[in-house]
Structures are given as C-alpha cells and as structure tokens.
Design a protein around this ligand. Structure first.
Ligand code: UDP
Ligand code: MG
Length: 325
C-alpha cells in the first residue's frame, strides 16, 4: 500500500557472558556474519555481563563502536547463568529472542533456520545436540541418564540433549518474565510454558576459547535443582520407601513374635539388628535430605528478594541520562 511504512521485526540475540573476554570478538564477527545476511530483520545483541572478573565489560564497551547492535546489562555480581538469562529476558526489546552461549558452542549459523520456523508460526525453536565435541564420555553419559530420570519423574516433558540455545517468540518471553523464582531451572521452564515447539538438530562444537564455567559440584547442584524445581516426586518417593520398609518391618515383627512364642528366645540376631538399624538410618537421612531440599527452596523464595541486581544497563534506546553511568 502506498505510504505504509513496514517496520522490520527486531530480533534480540541474548548472550549471558561470564569471563568471556577472549571470545567476544570472534563471537561478534560470526554473529554479524550471519545477521547481516538477514536484511529483513533488525538485530540487537544483548549481553548480560554476569559479574565477570576479567575485562568482558570493558571490551563490550569498546566493541560498541564497531557493533552498534550491542546492548548490555551489567549485573552487580555473578548470579549464575540461569539468573543471567532472566535478567536478559527482562530487557529483551525484540519481537523474538535467541539465547546463545558466548563461547560459540552454539553455532550462530543456525539462526536463519530458527527464524524461518518462527515465521512459520512456531514460538519456541530449540536446537538439539546431535553430538557433543570436546566433552568427556562421562559427562555425556551422566547428562544422558540424568535427563532420562528427570523426564520420568517430572510432569512436563524435558527435552534431552537440549541446552538453552533457542528462539523464543514474544509471548514466551512474556511468560518467562512472570516466573520470578530465584532458584531457577530455566530448561524446565521452557518446557513448562508450552506453546508451539520445534526441534532442530545440530552438532555441538568444542569451546572456541576460554574454559567452561561448570565443574561437577556445580553440575550436581544444577541437577538437584532441576529435579526439585520441576517436580515433588522425590518427596513421594520417600513416603513410598517408608511404606515399603514399614510393611517389611511389620511382617518381620509378626515373624519374630511367633517364633519367640513357639520356640523361645535364643538371643542371636546381632547382624539382622545392625542391618535394619543401618538401613532405616540411611532411609531417614535420605528422606530428611529430600525434605530439606524443598524446605530450603521455600526459605529462599519466601524472602522475596529481587532475583538479581543491575549495576548498569545500556542500549541504544536508553534515555541519555541513564547512559551516563
Ligand atoms: N555463564 C554465565 N554465568 C555463569 C556461568 C556461565 O553467564 O555463572 C555463561 C557463559 O559465559 C556462557 C554460558 O553461560 O556464555 C555457558 O557457560 P559454559 O560455556 O561455561 O557452560 P558449558 O557450555 O560448559 O555448559
Ligand atoms: Mg560452553
């Protein structure tokens, strides 16, 4: 129609970054290479600097000169990737967001395909790993079995081998913004919100530079968080075990009483006594631990603190007085 100005859609690329100074330049170059070929869209590169201890922020500020698409949220300290992603999602200006790791393990070359599916009407286009280069067999195996268990015990399906690399439509962004829990397991949230999902496959590359921020204790914590934030099944599990043990104990009790009545009491039985005590002790500690996990979560959530704090926010549309920071 004559005189009608059609505004190009804005897509935000959200990049949580923690000590990623070495990789920023390569990342931006690859992102730019991909996005400059997509002339029908405008792009925003939204970095969330998650309390990096290196020069990530300074580098970003410099790189703004070459890449005017850059916006950034500087968090007041390191809050972890899950929270960094929420901070980013809160500041997305685009009609869609693509969450991508800073270390180029998620190939930006997948972005056009994601956008293609988005235009077909999908709200959540997620990239599933076909292979994982640069990771040990133990990491692959443990992550594999973990997702199988998680999927079994939680009510919402969790996509295995899927990271946070995905495109989300505006309505997914708005949905995620409403989920303010501070103990976050974002992967479970992506599943929970639902909407039209589309899976695409890719080969996960090894890190481009720098080192992984994960170690096994951290991964173990994330795994426990994943279980306890998407399901209360473990609580039921402890009741179930309790029930089974009680039934056995009852049967055994009847047996002992009858045996004593009919055959007298010769007083052996130290081994069985020990076994029962140790087993029950273990079960009780386990159940207490499970209850403790949930109690701890309730404690942290009831404090109702803000999930993160911002030191500085910059975007091209930020009013000048705020830019002065
Ligand atoms: N990250 C973050 N905060 C953290 C740890 C990691 O924002 O406390 C970011 C990191 O900069 C990267 C992404 O999360 O962009 C994934 O981190 P990493 O590559 O260390 O994890 P892996 O790929 O080994 O799972
Ligand atoms: Mg990585």
């Amino acid at each position: 129609m004559k005189g009608e100005v059609k505004l190009k859609k804005l897509i935000t690329i959200l990049i949580p970054a923690y000590n990623e100074e070495e990789v920023l330049e390569v990342l931006l170059k690859r992102l730019k290479g991909v996005t400059s070929a997509l002339a029908d869209y405008r792009f925003e590169f939204l970095f969330v600097n998650d309390g990096s201890r290196d020069r990530t922020l300074e580098k970003l500020k410099l790189l703004r000169l070459d890449y005017p698409e850059i916006s950034y949220v500087n968090l007041s300290r390191n809050f972890g990737k899950e929270v960094a992603m929420l901070a980013g999602i809160d500041h997305v200006q685009g009609d869609a967001v693509i969450i991508i790791d800073a270390d180029l393990q998620d190939p930006p070359e997948l972005i056009p395909e994601m956008i293609g599916y988005w235009e077909q009407g999908y709200d959540d286009v997620f990239a599933k790993r076909r292979s994982r280069a640069g990771e040990s067999w133990f990491k692959k195996w443990s992550s594999n079995s973990y997702y199988r268990i998680l999927d079994k015990v939680s009510n919402v399906p969790i996509q295995p081998d899927t990271g946070d690399f995905r495109l989300l439509d505006r309505r997914c962004i708005d949905a995620l913004k409403q989920m303010r829990e501070s103990q976050r397991y974002t992967k479970g949230m992506f599943s929970w919100i639902g909407y039209h999902k589309k899976e695409i496959l890719f080969d996960r590359e090894a890190r481009a530079a720098g080192t992984t921020k994960w170690n096994y204790p951290k991964l173990f914590n994330l795994a426990i968080d994943g279980l306890t934030s998407s399901t209360v099944e473990p609580l039921r599990l402890s009741s179930f075990f309790g029930l089974i043990v009680s039934v056995f104990a009852f049967v055994y009790m009847v047996f002992i009483v009858l045996r004593t009545l009919f055959f007298g009491d010769p007083v052996p039985g130290y081994p069985s006594l020990m076994v029962v005590i140790l087993f029950l002790g273990g079960m009780q500690l386990l159940s207490l631990g499970i209850i403790g996990e949930y109690l701890g979560k309730i404690f942290l959530e009831t404090k109702n603190r803000p999930v993160y704090l911002i030191d500085e926010y910059y975007s091209q549309t930020t009013p000048p007085e705020e830019k002065l920071h």
